[in-house]
Structure formats: structure tokens, C-alpha cells
Design a protein around this ligand. Structure first.
Ligand code: SF4
Length: 329
């Protein structure tokens, strides 16, 4: 086991990616940067995160600046990444860290887990990347690498993967090891065409020996439900559009939107014309298609929204679905 970790660390030393939220050869000095990057990376690819991370760190360079910021601005900076509850939790967590932890992350997994929005994966990542602890961090890349290394042809069992991955984890170089196995998955042990000839585990890897790497891992994806709805574009005589802030505690609460509803909910009454346009978005558990109508509302729509001219819409945080609507205006 130790030998495998050594091979991987040597490979990482020469070939690992240089990223702004990590430092080769040990822990990153700023747990705040590690935390933000980790939450962003749970949403999208490294390539996309690079831009978001850079903008975020320029606007909120420290925990204190984030804790003191207005939530609307936080959501605006997060706009496009999706899963807005995470941005709200980040803001909440920054406040708790400032108020109860003196502006520092606790160097303890159990204590990290008590913080808003920090689950097992993020706690392990902070321990590994910011404090160099021998924590096992398992993301999609790591699942693929471990499943192939051990030639697991059955459907993936996360506990089994975690156990196997934790036995390999370097006890001395937690940060580098966690970065290394993720980089191996992202750059060498890719979903298709893995570059096994360049892999530090090529000799030991069962999937490579058996020529079955691309058939692994076996992950069953649940079928996504399809939902439909109607979206209402209401313009005043100055050309401004009616938007409203989403209420409640749901996924998109606090973000702005054009009025809409699912088709199994009561329609809004008004003089509506079909625009012939639809907009589709894929959420984690379902596909949503909205038919867009325009016109004048008579009843059914909340009255606490506001009219905003198209050039000003960029100053409001919208979920990706609504940004697609704005693009087509
Ligand atoms: S040898 Fe190939 S399949 Fe095995 S871990 Fe390396 S890249 Fe992945």
C-alpha cells in the first residue's frame, strides 16, 4: 500500500496540476481558499472554477469580507454555478466562523462538521488540503481510479470504495496525496481513453491488466423525471421586465426570476400570447421545460416584484435557467 502511495506522490510531484487553491509539497496556508474552491468544484469543472474562484477571491479575499457582505452580492458572485443553497450556506458559515471561531477554521473534522453547509466530503477536503491530515477524499475521479485499480466490475458501492481508498492514503502527505489521486483521475485515468501507459499504477492496476478500464466504474444513474411549466414575460411601456425575488427556503430562494409555475399548478390570468419559445434546464433530479408567453397580467402573479430594464438585469442574481431566458430577450 505504501509503495502505491509513493509511486503516486512521485508522479504528482512531476505531473500534478498547479492550481491557485493548492500548494505542492504540503498544505495550503489559507483554509478559506481551500473551502471556497472545494464547494465550487462540487458544482462544476476545474476550468470553470478557475474564473469563478479568481473573481470571488478578489471580491471576498477573507472570511471577514465574506461574512460582512450582503447575501444578494454573494448570490451574484455565485450566479451560474447552481445549487444556490450552497452559496447561502457559505455566507452563513463565514458568519459563524467569525462570531464563534475567531475567524479560523477548526483543525478538527468533527468540529468542521458542526458548521453550516460543511458535510463529510468538504470536512475531509479541508482537513487534507488545508491541514495536511491523512484524510480520504473521495470524489468521482477517485471512485473511477479505485474501481479500476481493483477491477471492480460490480455496481459501485461507495463504502467499499472509501474503505479501499483510505487504506491507500498517505499518512504523512495528506494534502499531496489527495491532490494526486484526483489529478490522476482527471488527467490520466479519464472516463474514456485512459492513458494507462503514463499511469504510475499501471503495473498494479487490475482493469489495465484485463483491458477493461473503460467498462469501469459501473454506476447506475437514476432516470430523470420530466417536468413542464409556463414562464411569463411582462413588459411595461418603458420596456422593463417584471421580475420577483424567489421566496421561501427552497433551492433557488433569494434569487430573482420571471414569474413562472409548473403546468400542474394554477395558471396566471392575463392577456397572454405564446412566444413560440421554450427553455430547458436539467436539474439534479429532473428536466424542466418552460413555455414562454408574454403579455399583461390580470391576476395570480405576486405584486411585490419590480420592473427592471434589460441592461440592468445583470445586477440581479438569477439562476441559470432564468439567465437562459434573459439571453433570448
Ligand atoms: S492503469 Fe489505467 S485504468 Fe488503471 S488506474 Fe492507471 S489510468 Fe486508470
Amino acid at each position: 500500500m505504501e509503495q502505491l502511495a509513493r509511486y503516486l506522490l512521485n508522479w504528482y510531484n512531476k505531473n500534478g496540476r498547479d492550481l491557485p487553491w493548492r500548494v505542492k509539497g504540503g498544505a495550503h496556508p489559507d483554509a478559506y481558499a481551500v473551502w471556497i474552491s472545494e464547494i465550487m468544484l462540487q458544482q462544476t469543472t476545474v476550468k470553470t472554477v478557475l474564473d469563478y474562484f479568481d473573481r470571488w477571491m478578489r471580491r471576498f479575499p477573507t472570511l471577514a469580507t465574506l461574512a460582512n457582505a450582503d447575501i444578494t452580492e454573494v448570490l451574484l458572485m455565485w450566479q451560474g454555478l447552481g445549487y444556490y443553497t450552497r452559496a447561502k450556506k457559505i455566507h452563513e458559515c463565514a458568519k459563524v466562523l467569525m462570531e464563534k471561531y475567531g475567524g479560523h477554521f477548526p483543525k478538527n473534522r468533527a468540529e468542521l462538521l458542526k458548521l453550516p453547509g460543511i458535510g463529510p466530503y468538504t470536512a475531509s477536503s479541508i482537513c487534507a488540503f488545508a491541514f495536511n491530515m491523512p484524510e480520504t477524499v473521495v470524489d468521482g475521479n477517485v471512485i473511477r481510479v479505485i474501481a479500476r485499480l481493483y477491477g471492480i466490475t460490480n455496481e459501485i458501492n461507495r463504502d467499499d470504495i472509501y474503505e479501499r481508498a483510505s487504506k491507500l492514503t498517505s499518512q504523512k502527505h495528506g494534502a499531496d496525496y489527495a491532490s494526486a489521486i484526483m489529478d490522476l483521475g482527471a488527467t490520466i485515468c479519464t472516463p474514456t481513453n485512459p492513458k494507462c501507459l503514463l499511469c504510475p499504477w499501471a503495473k498494479e492496476c487490475i482493469a489495465n491488466q484485463q483491458g477493461i478500464a473503460e467498462q469501469i466504474p459501473v454506476i447506475k444513474k437514476p432516470e430523470k423525471q420530466k417536468r413542464t411549466g409556463t414562464l411569463y414575460l411582462i413588459q411595461n411601456d418603458k420596456g422593463a421586465y417584471y421580475i420577483q425575488k424567489r421566496a421561501g427556503k427552497g433551492l433557488l430562494s433569494g434569487l430573482y426570476e420571471f414569474p413562472w409555475h409548473y403546468d400542474n399548478e394554477p395558471s396566471f390570468v392575463g392577456n397572454w400570447q405564446d412566444t413560440g419559445k421554450t427553455i430547458t434546464h436539467v436539474f439534479t433530479h429532473f428536466h424542466l421545460t418552460l413555455h414562454i408567453v408574454k403579455g399583461v397580467a390580470e391576476s395570480g402573479i405576486r405584486s411585490d416584484g419590480e420592473f427592471v430594464i434589460p441592461t440592468e438585469l445583470k445586477n440581479y442574481p438569477f439562476p441559470t435557467l432564468m439567465k437562459k431566458v434573459i439571453k433570448g430577450l
